[in-house]
Design a protein around this ligand. Structure first.
Ligand code: NAD
Length: 250
């Protein structure tokens, strides 16, 4: 079991779903957690839940699309605590639909959060962590960053980019004491899924997509095995948001 005791972690998108579950689990394992979210009230609620279970946390509002805000939050948190051990770039949005109904604005909207938000968080943490000579950046991509989900091209594009960013930086960071991983969760029932803005899933759709789904799963299995073999820090978490901390082991 990895020790998170007295470690300092920042989580983006911590006001709901995977981000909140991750914060609770990190705090339960002894880390001090800075829970950030564009929804300040929800971030606060996460910190309260942690405090109720005896954990250590603070909540801060943060829109990951604002580079200067992201940098400032990371530097301030590291300075206040004297270190930054973990940066979890988790905040994300989804979008489904046919590309012929979309404009570049649809792509920009999703890239701003899912890719640029991750880039800002990664760069800020990387600066602090290379200076201190240790640290772990975990980017939350998706299963759909390994194989595409039909009718979700902007989402897939953003998540493939996050996988690419993480793998690329991983090699460069290794010599500087910084570990970079990317987690590719499967299906976890959060608001993102419940809102249903990712796929239009009628029974008819599901049936039509069944052969593709089988193909995707077998393709993903191959990608994962190759990734793990090459120690690329890639893993799929199909079941529970609570398990996301495992990414720090890869
Ligand atoms: P969620 O919608 O339940 O939570 C996302 C959180 O991100 C929300 O609290 C939201 O307020 C916050 N957020 C949105 N835009 C933001 C911004 N600009 N700045 C800061 N915070 C912002 O979603 P989730 O299911 O918990 O997803 C978390 C991450 O996991 C996302 O990156 C998502 O793509 C990824 N993911 C989820 C699943 C799944 O099955 N739920 C699968 C694969 C990947």
């Amino acid at each position: 079991m990895p020790g998170f005791k007295n470690k300092v972690a920042i989580v983006t998108g911590a006001g709901a779903g995977i981000g909140r579950a991750l914060c609770l689990e990190l705090a339960r394992r002894g880390a001090h957690v800075t829970a950030t979210d564009v929804d300040a009230d929800n971030a606060e609620e996460t910190a309260v839940l942690i405090a109720e279970t005896g954990g250590s946390a603070e909540a801060l509002p943060l829109d990951v699309t604002r580079e200067q805000d992201v940098r400032k939050l990371i530097f301030d948190a590291a300075e206040k605590r004297g270190r930054l051990d973990y940066m979890f770039n988790n905040a994300g949005i989804s979008m489904g639909g046919e590309v012929r109904d979309m404009s570049s604005g649809h792509f920009s909207k999703i890239m701003d959060v899912n890719l640029w938000g991750v880039i800002y968080g990664t760069l800020g943490a990387y600066e602090v962590m290379t200076r201190q000579g240790f640290g772990h950046i975990v980017n939350i991509a998706s299963f759909y960053g390994l194989v595409p989900l039909p009718l979700s091209t902007p989402y897939n594009t953003s998540k493939f980019a996050v996988v690419g960013l993480s793998h690329s930086l991983r090699a460069e960071a290794a010599g500087l004491g910084v570990h970079v991983s990317v987690a590719c969760p499967g299906y976890i029932k959060t608001d993102l899924i419940k809102r249903g803005d990712m796929v239009r899933s009628t029974a008819e759709d599901a049936l039509a997509l069944a052969p593709f789904s089988l193909y995707s799963v077998s393709k993903a299995a191959g990608v994962i095995v190759r990734g793990v073999k090459r120690n690329q820090g890639m893993i799929v978490f199909p079941l529970h948001a609570k398990l996301m901390w495992w990414a720090t082991r890869f």
